[in-house]
Design a protein around this ligand. Sequence first.
Ligand SMILES: Cc1cc2nc3c(=O)[nH]c(=O)nc-3n(C[C@H](O)[C@H](O)[C@H](O)COP(=O)(O)OP(=O)(O)OC[C@H]3O[C@@H](n4cnc5c(N)ncnc54)[C@H](O)[C@@H]3O)c2cc1C
Length: 380
Amino acid sequence: MEFTQPQTALRQLVRDFAEAEIAPHAADWDRDHHFPTEVVRAMGDLGLFGIPFPEHYGGGGGDLTTLCIAIEELARVDHSMAITLEAGVGLGANPIYRFGSEAQKQQWLPDLCAGASLGGFGLTEPDAGSDAGGTRTTAVLDEQRAEWVLNGEKAFITNSGTDLTAFVTVTARTGPGEISSIIVPSGTPGFEVQPAYRKMGWHASDTHGLSFVDARVPESNLLGVRGRGFAQFLQILDEGRIAISALAVGCIQACLDHCLRYAQDRHAFGQPIGANQGVAFPIADLAVMAESARLVTYHAAWLHDTGRPVKQAAAIAKLHTTESAVTATRIATQIFGGAGFIDETPVARFYRDAKILEIGEGTSEIQRLVISRELGLPVR
Ligand SMILES: Cc1cc2nc3c(=O)[nH]c(=O)nc-3n(C[C@H](O)[C@H](O)[C@H](O)COP(=O)(O)OP(=O)(O)OC[C@H]3O[C@@H](n4cnc5c(N)ncnc54)[C@H](O)[C@@H]3O)c2cc1C
């Protein structure tokens, strides 16, 4: 696996930024459940939110591989900022880029690429998560006023309530057996962002429930083809799953780095704890996990960037890397002993943060379902 010179330079740039601007504050943001708007803007100034989009929309003209590098590097120090980038690009901007009209792209993409605004992706509902085709939110077209009228609820929507949030794209029933995606700008009367969830991890990432009561948006806010909203969102999730894998890679690498240092510095029974095979071998396992996670992730990204089918590879990458990440954080916490249970220790934060990786953008069970079906098994 070889990265281009610009990709290697970007990795260094993001690594330096993450070490200088995020690492020193991550524990405080985590403790205070604080979304650091200024730091997200600074990530925008670095060009991170525009990486895979064309330059004429203000993007970097890069690809998914390059985005994965940036996400991996952020995740090495803080999952919350890594998911803010992943969701901002993959779930906020990407649907507009993939399915938007030229007018919608011109309207939204320049600010999204600059990190001056964020978009949310409203698929999940209180009663429709894995089974997102069970969407109950409705959008009825008022033909006289040429407006969609939305009613319903969404649950757990990332980047939906920040000071930078400009809109949420939601799936809604627009007719019998018909699901479409619709852009709902922030501040639309009848569109309410619920108070932030108190989460087990990702404390500095922004997550809200949303409600829509007769919320009206112009008919032209339909995104893509009427009735294709669910299919469009599934396509977006294939790319998103590869980006989530990159987050998991960063998490595993961070566990490896922290454990390596700790196993040499921390002494017990008159020697570094790393002198014990019981400590050294799990660290060797972390190295194996980091290597294999990196390979499946960048292989899937390469398939995507070269125009090959990715559904299976994306599901395999997400399943493998996120389950490895959860295991890696458990190993790392154990190696840190009591310190590993104390909030300010980065591995303690990673332990809490990692679990959602097996759930968001399709649970592990859903990845196994996708993989089984792609194998041709008659599983339902
Ligand atoms: C912090 C956070 C951020 C999120 N961000 C977003 C976002 O930005 N946009 C968005 O739309 N959603 C978002 N989500 C929602 C997330 O994608 C869903 O929580 C996830 O898809 C699971 O849906 P659910 O919670 O309804 O669980 P359910 O679908 O109710 O699943 C419960 C359990 O049943 C299992 N299960 C369900 N069906 C099957 C089956 N057929 N076979 C085997 N097992 C099955 C699941 O794997 C899971 O273990 C976020 C969630 C969180 C917690």
